[in-house]
Design a binder for this molecule. Structure first.
Ligand SMILES: [Ca+2]
Length: 256
């Protein structure tokens, strides 16, 4: 191999390696769901062919704590084996009204997040069509609540349930994050007999920008490679040809 070409090849490979490192620092291409049991498939209650109620304060829904204004009858897991009421994902979903009522919900277990990093929150709101539209409120770490209403009562593949997806981006301001989902009245845009929740996710959108020291390290490494390449191209003391033989610098070689 031509020595100059060998040096260029080494620099090219090093550049590819640096690009790979930068890509890794930017985060994975497809991020995993950080919410534990966001589809409410655990515990599996499908065998009972009926919904299962959880009282305020219960941690019986894996990954979540039940919220409610009264001690009993807060929310329930509904399996699709109960009157064919299908979730939007998997076989189970949450009815945030319990038997009846508003202001009941679920609070996620703490999720590790990185301050300054952007995430995407998504979830599905379900209407039990005979009862009407459903509204739920979403808050992060007890902050301001946003209301989301599924206004569609059209028949769907999950009839008599109608599910709609919602979401928003959020930049973390804490290293520990808890999401809450609560059924709300919201005027005439909700009902107190069926507010569905399913398919909750929190996914990483981007990592924070690397610290200046990280960039300096990378740029310093690139500069070192470039200097080494120039030194070898000029036939410096470190130069080797493709066989690893140093140049003779004008000295005569003894022939055998
Ligand atoms: Ca589900």
């Amino acid at each position: 191999m031509n020595p100059t070409f060998a040096i260029e090849d080494r620099i090219r490979k090093t550049s590819l390696l640096v690009a790979a490192v930068v890509a890794l620092m930017a985060g994975p291409a497809s991020a995993a769901n950080l919410v534990n049991n966001g589809s409410f498939e655990t515990p599996d209650v499908t065998a009972g062919n009926n919904y299962v109620l959880y009282n305020t304060g219960s941690t019986g829904v894996t990954g979540w704590t039940v919220l409610g204004p009264t001690p009993i009858d807060a929310i329930h897991i509904t399996p699709d084996t109960y009157q064919g009421l299908k979730g939007s994902d998997g076989h189970q979903w949450i009815d945030l009204t319990g038997i009846y009522g508003y202001d009941k919900g679920l609070l996620s277990d703490a999720i590790a997040t990185a301050i300054g990093t952007k995430y995407h929150v998504s979830f599905d709101v379900g209407n039990y069509v005979p009862f009407g539209m459903a509204t739920l409120g979403v808050a992060i770490n007890g902050g301001a609540e946003q209301l989301f209403t599924n206004t569609s009562l059209a028949p769907t593949l999950t009839a008599p349930m109608n599910w709609a997806s919602f979401g928003f981006d959020w930049v973390a301001d804490s290293t520990s994050t808890r999401l809450s989902f609560v059924g709300r009245a919201n005027g005439v845009l909700s009902n107190n007999g069926g507010i569905g929740l399913d398919n909750v996710s929190l996914t990483l959108l981007s990592s924070p920008a690397p610290e200046p020291s990280s960039w300096m390290l990378l740029l310093g490494g690139l500069g070192l490679v470039g200097a080494l390449g120039r030194r070898r191209a000029q036939g410096g003391p470190d130069a080797r040809d493709a066989r690893g033989v140093a140049p003779s610098h004008g000295r005569l070689r003894r022939c055998a």
